[in-house]
Design a protein around this ligand. Structure first.
Ligand code: HEM
Length: 131
């Protein structure tokens, strides 16, 4: 419970609205990824398991419960992306799909900007090939 005498820092997870919002983000995001010419071909036809892992991961990454690590251990996300050629252009495409997804679900612009800023670091960190 929040106690006004002892305010706790709010997580991005809480700020965006918790589980329901993370679920909507993921649902709006993957159709855009799949139809993107630069990154769509990297993903399997059955996208449901990827969606689920992303839901677990983003929950934890935004400061919610550590759902991904409970199931899969240490995220090691850069290592998990090494099998795929990730160029700066692909990182831009991934972030572009996320930006569109946030607009589609109606996230307030300032919050959407915060979310995108938070994702930018990892996206460019996963780049493992020159464009
Ligand atoms: C930079 C551009 C990115 C590309 C091109 C990309 C591409 C991919 C691909 C191809 C997969 C594997 C799908 C499969 O076959 O299972 C994957 C998995 C995943 N990606 Fe990304 N990704 C990018 C950025 C990100 C970012 C920024 C995040 C989160 C901060 C992220 C989170 C994940 C997660 C959680 C998985 C599932 C990992 C697992 O198997 O447990 N990705 N990504």
């Amino acid at each position: 419970m929040s106690d006004p005498r002892n305010p706790q820092p709010t997580t991005l997870y809480e700020m965006i609205g918790g589980a329901g919002t993370v679920r909507s983000m993921v649902e709006a995001f993957y159709p855009k990824v799949q139809s993107h010419p630069l990154i769509g071909p990297l993903f399997p036809d059955n996208i449901d398991p990827v969606k689920e892992k992303q839901y677990l991961f983003l929950t934890q990454f935004f400061g919610g419960p550590p759902l991904y690590s409970e199931q899969y251990g240490h995220p090691m996300m850069r290592a998990r992306h090494l099998p795929f050629e990730i160029t700066p252009q692909r990182a831009d495409a991934w972030l572009g799909c996320m930006k569109e997804a946030l607009a589609e679900i109606g996230m307030e612009a300032g919050l959407a900007e915060l979310v995108l800023q938070r994702l930018q670091g990892p996206a460019y960190h996963f780049v493992n090939k020159e464009g």
